[in-house]
Design a protein. Structure first.
Length: 333
């Protein structure tokens, strides 16, 4: 019976050894397979070997690393846009008269509250993960300092009215420059102005100032609109007057040139036949100024020149007109 028990114990130990070996092999396989990991499409991976960062970034896909405790993977989302509240504003439960006042001082020594939403994403994963202990807190501190500089360079009125967007854009540009200098590894996507306002105790006075400046801007805009309406009309009218003047000038010049040509032609005729031309001009003048008067030639000389004329108005006579012979040598009766 002792031999049978010994044989059974040997078989149990043999099977136990096989089970332990199988378990050990399974654990080894699982340990080796634990090195397989996946990087998502919006991520990159950082490999740390025995705690030291390895160079390069692991791109999205299925990869393998040496199992723990050799390698460790840090997955960083580089496409996510994160948001952060910064500025100087009263939070819920904050004592407005406490030691640390949430105010920002303007360039003309006024105090205001302001609140901005910074949107950023991680663009340098290794810098963001390893170079700074608390990168988000550092980003907030740099942003607060940048806001103080931008607000401190301006007076309160434009900050509250016309330069809100300009201040936010300046803060964004300066903040990006500062985080680059600090090797923070982030890109500032945008800065949205959520609130810029004076303290409650003087808020009404500031609102009056803002209203006055708004009315001023409205008045200026209306004046510019009226100016843009009147000036084109005036220019159009001026152009019309210029065109009319040019047309009148051309007309008068043409008339003057025509009259000059007629005069020169008449002068030529007068030089060749002074008396005939003079008589003709006289008759034309009579017909022109006395359109109802008829001129009848009573006698002519040997050259056909009228020597006796008779003027009639109204009905012409039916009987022959016999010229009176007198000593009057005049041409007209």
């Amino acid at each position: 019976m002792f031999k049978e028990l010994k044989k059974e114990s040997q078989e149990i130990m043999f099977h136990a050894d096989r089970i332990v070996l199988t378990v050990v092999l399974a654990l080894i396989v699982l340990w080796i397979l634990s090195g397989i990991y996946i990087i998502e499409a919006n991520q990159v991976g950082l490999v740390r070997r025995f705690g030291a960062n390895m160079p390069g970034l692991v791109q999205p896909g299925i990869h393998y690393r040496l199992p723990w405790p050799v390698d460790r993977i840090d997955k960083i989302n580089t496409r996510e846009v994160k948001g952060m509240d910064v500025g100087f504003f009263l939070e819920e439960g904050m004592d407005p008269y406490g030691i640390l006042l949430p105010y920002c001082i303007t360039g003309d020594m006024n105090i205001i509250h302001n609140r901005y939403i910074i949107q950023y994403r991680i663009s340098g994963p290794a810098k963001y993960k390893f170079l700074q202990t608390n990168p988000e807190q550092l980003l907030k501190e740099i942003a607060q300092t940048t806001i103080i500089k931008s607000i401190g360079a301006r007076s309160v009125d434009p900050i509250l009215t016309t330069t809100k967007h300009e201040v936010a854009e300046e803060v964004r540009a300066n903040l990006q420059s500062e985080v680059d200098s600090a090797n923070l590894g982030v890109t500032i996507v945008s800065i949205d102005t959520k609130m810029v306002s004076p303290p409650e105790s003087v808020k009404k006075s500031f609102q009056d100032v803002i209203s006055a400046q708004s009315e001023k801007s409205t008045t200026i805009h209306q004046a510019e609109t009226e100016k843009n309406k009147i000036i084109p009309l005036a220019n159009s009218k001026a152009n019309e007057m210029k065109e009319a003047a040019r047309a009148y000038k051309f007309q008068r010049k043409s008339i003057a040139e025509g009259e000059a040509k007629s005069f020169l032609k008449l002068l030529t005729e007068y030089k060749s036949s002074p008396q005939v031309t003079s008589d003709r001009l006289y008759l034309q003048m009579i017909e022109k100024i006395l359109p109802n008067v008829k001129v009848i030639v009573l006698a002519t000389d040997s050259r056909g020149k009228p020597v006796k004329l008779k003027l009639f108005s109204g009905t012409m006579p039916t009987q022959p007109i016999i010229p009176e012979l007198s000593g009057d040598s005049g041409l007209y009766d």
